[in-house]
Design a protein around this ligand. Structure first.
Ligand code: ADP
Ligand code: MG
Length: 327
């Protein structure tokens, strides 16, 4: 069973950044408003994600670590309308099978916090405010073949930062902090709920990607055929040689999607020549029943029921933004 878990883990957990991604998903699903990520050695020695979300009941701590145990959907039908980042119940089990994992959590109204050590099953009373801290130590310590494939700490750290960016750009209403080797690397404050969403996103973008990115991009806001597209589209002169700043989310989940990127790229066809890559940040909102999110273990791919409609909405959204700038 240990072996099966480790093989399954390979699909979900490839490197420290995969752990960061899964733990951030869980923190957001728990309704966190503040999330701190602490890393040692690019995340290889330690990844700790601390949230102020709903917490896990002491009696549920062992369940959270079980394979295919999720509290987020009750039946296959629920997948049709899944509104949470997680639903496969795989991540914590996968992580615990390839690293020293500890859960520390406290729910509202509980007398204290509880800590569960995954390997030994030891449950101890502990102290902390409401929320959850997941600690993951020595990733792949028991799987040398995988550990060997990890890159230099600086590279792993860069991937972790990128994972954090993808979440932070999707949730301006949540505050994020990133610590590495005891030093605060990034801190993005939660935008107030009173700000209109487009403004909150613009501010978060400026924090995460820089004021320059904001200054050289246009606001995108368009709805068509039940597909809502918001975000920013880079000015043609902000195009880059690499496609490294093209971000897309579907219903708040970061995705790599050919339909969206093709549509966005085609909107630039007349204004961008040569091999330059436009930058964009696009949030696509569709009815959950019109998109299948259970395509890939890491959920980075989705399948649209009607991809032509999505293509059209995205293309028009970006075209409109570009046209407005020329008007
Ligand atoms: P999934 O997110 O797909 O449900 P996970 O393996 O990521 O599966 O998590 C298993 C379960 O543990 C979740 O369904 C949830 O009930 C609980 N859980 C994990 N992380 C947290 C957290 N940060 N706060 C509250 N509950 C959590
Ligand atoms: Mg999860």
């Amino acid at each position: 069973d240990e072996l099966i878990s480790q093989i399954a883990a390979g699909e979900v957990i490839e490197r420290p950044a995969s752990v960061v991604r899964e733990l951030l998903d869980n923190a957001l699903d728990a309704g966190a408003t503040q999330i701190a990520v602490r890393l040692l050695a690019g995340g290889v020695r330690l990844i700790a994600v601390e949230d102020d979300g709903s917490g896990i009941e002491a009696a549920q701590l062992p369940t959270a670590l079980k394979r295919h145990a999720t509290s987020k959907i009750a039946s296959l039908d629920d997948l049709e309308s899944v509104g949470t980042m997680g639903f496969r119940g795989e991540a914590l089990a996968a992580i615990a099978s390839v690293a020293e994992t500890t859960l520390l959590s406290r729910t509202e109204g509980a007398g204290s916090a509880w800590q569960l050590q995954a390997r030994t099953g030891e449950l101890q009373q502990a102290a902390r405010a409401r929320g959850t801290t997941v600690q993951v130590k020595e990733l792949f310590f028991s799987v040398p073949a995988r550990r060997k494939f990890l890159k230099a700490d600086a590279t792993e750290l860069a991937h972790c930062v990128e994972a954090l960016r993808r979440h932070a750009l999707a949730r301006p209403d949540v505050g994020f902090a990133l610590w590495h080797e005891g030093k605060l690397l990034e801190q993005w404050r939660a935008q107030p709920a009173s700000l209109p969403p487009q403004q909150a996103l613009a501010r978060r973008m400026a924090d995460v990607l820089g004021e320059d990115f904001l200054a050289r991009s246009l606001s995108v806001a368009h709805e068509e055929g039940g597909v809502r597209v918001t975000g920013r589209a880079g000015l043609p002169d902000a195009a880059r040689s690499r496609a490294d700043q093209q971000y897309a989310w579907v219903n708040g989940r970061y995705v790599r999607d050919k339909v969206i990127s093709h549509a966005a790229r085609s909107a630039y066809e007349d204004v961008l020549h040569g091999h330059r890559q436009p930058v964009w940040l696009l949030h696509v909102q569709v009815d959950a029943a019109r998109v299948d999110v259970n395509v890939h273990p890491t959920k980075i791919e989705v399948r649209f029921r009607d991809s032509r409609q999505v293509h059209q909405a995205v293309r028009h959204a970006v075209e409109n933004a570009l046209a407005a700038s020329r008007a």
